[in-house]
Design a protein. Structure first.
Length: 274
DNA sequence: GCCACTGTTAGCAT
DNA sequence: CATGCTAACAGTGG
């Protein structure tokens, strides 16, 4: 599932593959995938050159001035760099081909929850998908981190998953960060002490950075470009480890549901605050 | 075969 | 407003 480290990994791979190339054509086979974008808007991309590929939260941004392409992979979206002569894999919904290149970029999404949007480069920061995102967890300072999260009423797990509070944290890294910081997922966000906010921020940063360095976590569907799997799934301490021993204290990892999401934690290391 | 489960976000309900 | 629940969809595993 692409969260921040996975989207960052994909952005890096994409950067190497397409920056500097001139777009020959952009074709979409599933109009439902297009958000605030008319199929004919894609015609404007032909003849433009890829200037940059970047990430904001879990959103991937491809800049080809004067237009930009935004992608959200949701759970099962993925990219492949394929020879243009090969048949399209099942569930391929979008293709970007390039001038003077046998390779093309293909987007597929089994569950069709993902979306893409084509808009002017200058409108990216102000568009709905980007504007309502909170700060990047790797950029935010300690004071703002504590202030933003403490202002929330809900449970720590739900607060970490709220993209308006922090951008890019998903189910896996929320659980891993809470375990590293020894905080119970159901703890009310308003009840943490300053040192606990410090622990949580430090844990989250360390885990996200390590996951990026490892190329993300391939738990189920996530692959980087060309099917490459990540390496961080072998270092998960709680996610997906229900019933197994906590690697810190030996207690059995528990699975509960928080806000409709599977949540893994160690009942011994992560005590609930009243 | 059937059903529960998977994870993200929009949209609706509370 | 804030917080919580669920539909959107398709495939996998029990």
């Amino acid at each position: 599932m692409p969260e921040l480290p996975e989207v960052e990994t994909i952005a890096a791979a994409l950067r190497a593959a397409i920056v500097g190339r001139e777009i020959a054509a952009a074709r979409c086979f599933l109009p439902k995938l297009l958000r605030a974008t008319e199929p004919r808007d894609l015609d404007d991309l032909a003849g433009t050159r890829i200037l940059a590929v970047r990430r904001r939260g879990k959103v991937l941004i491809i800049e080809a001035p004067p237009r930009a392409l935004l992608f959200h992979l949701k759970m099962t979206g993925r990219f492949d760099w394929e020879n243009a002569g090969l048949p399209l894999a099942k569930h391929t919904h979008f293709v970007l081909s390039f001038a003077g290149s046998d390779g093309e970029l293909r987007f597929r999404d089994v569950r069709k929850f993902g979306f893409l949007r084509c808009l002017p480069c200058g409108a990216v920061e102000a568009c709905d998908e980007i504007r309502r995102l909170g700060p990047e967890p790797l950029d935010i300072g300690p004071e703002e981190f504590a202030a933003r999260l403490a202002a929330r009423k809900g449970r720590l797990k739900s607060v970490l998953l709220d993209q308006r509070v922090l951008a890019g944290v998903g189910n896996i890294y929320a659980d891993e960060a809470l375990h590293a910081a020894r905080l119970h997922p159901l703890t009310a966000a308003g009840r943490l002490r300053p040192d606990e906010w410090g622990r949580l921020r430090a844990s989250l940063r360390r885990i996200l950075a390590a996951a990026i360095a490892a190329g993300g976590s391939s738990v189920r569907d996530y692959r980087s470009i060309g099917g490459e799997i990540g390496g961080f799934q072998t270092r998960h301490k709680v996610y997906g480890r229900e019933g197994k021993k906590c690697l810190r204290c030996g207690e059995r990892i528990r699975r509960i549901v928080v806000g409709g999401r599977a949540t893994f934690y160690c009942p011994s290391c992560q005590r609930k605050k009243r």
